[in-house]
Design a protein around this ligand. Sequence first.
Ligand SMILES: Nc1ncnc2c1ncn2[C@@H]1O[C@H](COP(=O)(O)OP(=O)(O)O)[C@@H](O)[C@H]1O
Ligand SMILES: NC(=O)OP(=O)(O)O
Length: 314
Amino acid sequence: MSKTIVVALGGNAILQPNQEGTYENQLNNVRTSSKFLAKLIQEGYKLVVTHGNGPQVGNILRQNEEAENVVPPMPMDVLNGESQGFIGYMMVQCLQSELNALGIDVPVVNTLTRTQVSKDDEDFNDPSKPIGTFYTEEEAKTLSSERNWNMKEDSNRGWRRVVPSPEPINILEADTIKQLAEAGNLVVACGGGGIPVIQREDGEYEGIEAVIDKDRSGYKLAEEVNADVFMILTDVNHVFVNFGKPDEKALEEISVSDLEAYVSEGQFSKGSMGPKVESALNFAKNAENGRSIICSLEKVDEAVRGNSGTIISK
Ligand SMILES: Nc1ncnc2c1ncn2[C@@H]1O[C@H](COP(=O)(O)OP(=O)(O)O)[C@@H](O)[C@H]1O
Ligand SMILES: NC(=O)OP(=O)(O)O
């Protein structure tokens, strides 16, 4: 029986910080990403893909705010839904086209996904999720005072608006996603971490304004579909310790306990590598015989064979 991989595809694979957020740029990036993702199908795996939406949902939010006197703005949970449709559409088009070109008969589907969170999550008081474009420190100060945006520095790459990013508790469409994957579909799901919803006292769900971290939801998804491998694809080949310093060191094969020791030293920053390492650790620790891999998109096939990336296992 073929093994299942859940891949969390970084926002960088859809739009890089130095690129203008045109549809053409994003479609080209997704087309390139699809060529790498298809390699996992060629390697014989069943594939469930989740993806980031930070740049996109930030831009959609900005569009809503700029046009608020013309068209009524929508709440952020709805904007997450819009970004799932937008990015999911590009991914279905590009992945299906790539598989067809390779002569692989695997249908690609995108599932609109809701993720349950708690309204009491502490991130609502101290937002941590960077979205939208990058700004200089000076621009960030102006935006903060004039528009009341929460601004934070993002991994030495510039300043970005931050919004609440509560911890994912439960993926509401998990059973359907699992059934679709088991039936042989390539499933794109839980985009942008899923649309954040809370459960009311009457049992119904309602949206809440936040952007969930897709690596943390990716871990939940990997657990729910009983994945063999949880893979986080980003723009660096490895997780580094002492990142950006003269003595930085790439981590290759590493045990859960050794990586946890680096986490305790505060090696991984909150808005970028922190959630990736936390999610990869959770999967490697809790899944029976599961391993997690953090690597670059370009090295996906080498990494799945154990020849690249940071590979975490018990
Ligand atoms: N310890 C670290 N090791 C490797 N990369 C790190 C580390 N700390 C921060 N980073 C940064 O994290 C970035 C990836 O995080 P992020 O931009 O959030 O990813 P993505 O959008 O691909 O999910 C890398 O480009 C790198 O600049
Ligand atoms: N939602 C989310 O985690 O997006 P990015 O990966 O683009 O930050």
